[in-house]
Design a protein around this ligand. Structure first.
Ligand code: ADP
Ligand code: MG
Ligand code: MG
Length: 767
């Protein structure tokens, strides 16, 4: 069979920069050639050739021979006779260290074998695992780069280095990297030899260093991002071997995006689009509370920020198994390799005894937003015995330690962790998001402390304040039990008055914490029997327990149904709110749970009559969604309770489904996502859209929001944005991510809109 390989091999001088053909590394090398930067000449055997190779097992040998001859002519030297090449992998998305590299190839047939080797490395288990974790399609494929070798080990004026154009941990400006004199790059990137700071190169090779600074600046300006650069100095002459957008911690991502916007490298909008939910999450990650109080065991490099506490394990498989059992682990290894990725993903933190800030463990944990301490060289790890010793202390598998990725300290035991203080750049990016987002982001908060957290994370208000928890104190619990057991009117009135006073105190505390933020208070939703003990010696109590017991309490006597049978409870709550409001002025609305029909809502409106409070309802029953039109007429606002709504739409009990069968559903591919985490767009989402449509037909300005798990989930927020939801209300820690996604959705929408307009006008011109 003859295959025509017309352009399946591209010389760098062809100036083809298509990542789909040359992969990321290859395309960036060509870009650097185009910019006139010092890159050793070479060519790319393209992704198309890989596809052909995968199909037929054949390489485009003639085209490769031709490209090689061209390279030989250009270098004025023959392969094996003064010319050696490297054969490198180049995937469309950078997959650091995942695929094979063959260095110092000096004859033709080894150079063909090497290309095969590089192509075959696409299918290794570790590459497959990496793609699965990073959602990279196996179809994407890779190119193979053949490039003239330069030698960092030629003489004492030679060496090799890796650098980030800004600090990948903090985002601080200035070159940040490592340097090895008289060595090949592989010795550095593999972590086999311990490198020196880049300053050593500056002292030894000032001219090459200055040139490197210039290269870094040029590349940042071009790619509009922080770069991760591999370079080699061969007898005093600088060569750039690779550049790619550098992986970074969340803190660094935020600082770099903000700085680049301020340096006019990026627009504010692009800076926001650059951020990922994980970047923000890692900033919100826990840190050790008052670390100065504790005596560290040892210290390594602070490679990835945040602190983590967990059980010591030495094998990635064990971390994965324990994670399934919800156990927090710290993975302790001499070093990590790409084969350990799954275990690293499963562990809460990573500790290694070897490697530097650009080692595999450092880069991977930073990208995952996972705390790590790397290169704690005092650690003596015994993998067989599954223990390590340091300073005469032996720590065994199963013991608990804490690693502090902020300082590099390692401690025995579980240290108390707290959340980070937001950096100035974090606040800046949040305020940009506030300016650009079109939907509101509120927080769910049941207590004054939670309200304060919502304020700290910059929520627009409290979208859901549940009142169930207020009955959790022994005093309130005793009172509500008395109410349930009470028989005479006097008994009931007395206990209701006590409850009202208790509730009022809670509301006063919450209103004070609001400091002007609006809040939506949901009236009691709990089934009454949950307030009763499981059993009792008292026969009267036992009789009541029996009477209130329900086979299916989630669908039982709760929410607004309680208000129909016992209106005095909601009356008491509303009175408590009004009394609290007389002490502390606050912007409060009421929300009614579990409504199915207009009559229920009108019933509660009558209880609230004269209060002056707005009355809205939870949209969490299927019937309410189908009756959204009439309900909209009587409601001041709607808030979709997507947890109960999902439960109702699926007929799945959230409490049981995850334990019993949902995992099997995922394993067998019946469901892709957990519908209680990610909104089921096709079912629940469809129902919501229908309800919103009918509601807005009745009342175009009706305020509609979402509270529930989904309100803090990035993918679901994008969907809510498209549904024209006014705001989402999520748990306090998820507010920054929700704000980011809300802003990103607005920016993307605006851009899509502009693009549509553009195609329209272009078409008109054509006509
Ligand atoms: P990876 O995809 O794992 O980053 P590379 O293709 O970058 O692999 O190769 C690994 C290392 O091999 C590089 O960092 C560099 O130090 C060395 N190397 C690759 N090609 C050459 C070359 N032409 N001359 C000198 N060193 C090279
Ligand atoms: Mg490689
Ligand atoms: Mg590389």
């Amino acid at each position: 069979m003859t295959v025509t390989y017309e352009k399946v091999v591209y010389s760098f001088e062809d100036l083809c920069e298509d990542k789909k053909l040359l992969g990321n590394k290859g395309a960036n090398l060509v870009t650097m050639v185009k910019m006139g930067l010092p890159v050793p000449p070479g060519f790319a055997v393209s992704v198309d050739a890989w596809k052909e190779y995968k199909r037929t097992g054949q390489l485009p040998e003639q085209a490769i021979e031709d490209a090689l001859s061209r390279l030989e002519r250009r270098m004025g030297r023959k392969l094996g006779d003064g010319l050696a090449v490297s054969v490198r992998s180049s995937a469309a998305v950078s997959m650091p260290g995942m695929m094979d590299t063959v260095l110092d190839v000096r004859d033709n047939s080894t150079m063909m074998d090497s290309i095969r080797k590089v192509f075959d490395s696409w299918e290794t288990p570790r590459a497959i695992e990496y793609r699965r974790l990073n959602n990279i399609s196996a179809e994407m494929g890779l190119a193979s780069i053949v490039q003239a070798m330069v030698f960092g080990n030629r003489d004492e004026l030679s060496g090799t280095g890796v650098l980030f154009t800004r600090n990948p941990s903090t985002g601080e400006r200035g070159l940040f990297g490592e340097w090895l004199q008289g060595a090949l790059g592989e010795e550095l990137v593999s972590g086999r030899r311990t490198p020196q700071p880049l300053d050593e190169m500056k002292k030894m090779l000032p001219d090459a260093y200055r040139q490197l600074e210039e290269v870094a600046r040029t590349l940042e300006q071009h790619f509009k991002d922080m770069q991760d650069i591999e370079f080699t100095v061969d007898s005093g002459k600088l060569y750039v071997l690779q550049t790619r957008n550098g992986k970074r911690s969340g803190q660094a991502a935020v600082k770099i995006a903000v700085d680049m916007a301020k340096e006019d490298i990026l627009s504010q909008e692009d800076a926001i689009l650059r951020m990922t939910p994980d970047d923000l999450r890692s900033i919100i990650y826990p840190h050790i509370h008052m670390p100065e109080r504790y005596q560290p065991l040892t210290r390594g490099l602070n490679a990835s920020p945040g602190a983590a506490t967990g059980i010591v394990v030495f094998y990635p498989e064990e971390a994965a198994i324990r994670a399934k059992k919800n156990e927090d682990t710290i993975l302790v290894r001499p070093e990590t390799s790409p084969d350990d990725i799954q275990g690293i993903a499963a562990a809460k933190g990573v500790l290694t005894s070897r490697g530097g800030l650009t080692s595999h463990a450092a880069i991977v944990t930073r990208a995952m937003g996972k705390p790590s301490v790397i290169g704690a060289s005092q650690l003596e790890i015994d993998l067989k015995k599954e223990q390590f010793s340091v300073n005469n202390v032996v720590v065994k598998k199963g013991d608990i330690i804490t690693v502090d990725g902020d300082t590099g300290y390692v401690y025995t035991g579980a240290l108390p962790l707290i959340e980070t203080e937001a950096t100035a750049e974090f606040n800046t990016i949040m305020s940009w998001c506030d300016d650009l987002r079109w939907i509101g982001v509120m927080g769910n908060a049941d207590t004054a402390e939670a309200v304060t957290q919502v304020r700290r994370f910059g929520g627009d208000g409290i979208g859901l304040c549940r009142t169930e928890r207020q009955f959790n104190t022994p005093e309130a619990l005793a009172a509500i039990r008395e109410f349930i057991l009470g028989e005479t009117r006097e008994e009931l009135d007395k206990v209701l008055q006590r409850l009202r006073e208790l509730q009022k105190e809670d509301f006063v505390a919450i209103f004070k914490a609001l400091q002007g933020m609006p809040a939506v208070i949901r009236l009691l939703d709990l089934p009454l029997h949950e307030f009763l003990p499981r059993d009792s010696k008292d026969s009267r109590v036992r009789e009541r327990i029996m009477r209130l017991m329900e086979v299916n309490p989630m669908m039982g006597h709760r929410g607004v149904r309680l208000a129909i049978t016992n209106p005095e409870i909601y009356k008491m709550q509303i009175d408590a709110i009004l009394e609290a409001k007389r002490e502390v002025e606050a912007n409060i609305s009421l929300m009614v749970p579990q409504v199915i029909t207009l009559q229920e809502l009108l019933w509660v409106r009558r209880i609230a009559e004269g209060s002056g409070l707005k009355v809205g309802m939870m949209m969490e029953t299927v019937r309410a969604c189908m009756r959204a039109g009439p309900l909209a007429r009587a409601a001041d606002f709607f808030s979709f309770g997507t947890n109960d709504l999902t439960q109702a739409v699926f007929s799945f009990s959230r409490e049981d489904a995850e334990k019993k069968f949902l995992t099997t559903y995922f394993d067998k591919g019946i469901l892709q996502d957990n519908p209680f985490q990610v909104l089921d767009v096709k079912g629940v989402g469809r129902l919501m859209e229908t309800a919103i449509h009918w509601a807005r037909q009745e009342k175009p300005n009706l305020v509609i929001s979402v509270c529930g798990e989904h309100a803090g989930d990035p993918r679901s927020i994008e969907v809510f944005y498209r549904m024209d939801i006014d705001y989402v209300s999520c748990s306090p820690f998820r507010i920054p991510v929700a704000k980011l996604v809300a802003a990103q959705a607005s920016i993307k929408d605006k851009r899509e809109h502009k693009a549509r307009l553009k195609t329209l006008t272009q078409q008109e011109v054509k006509c």
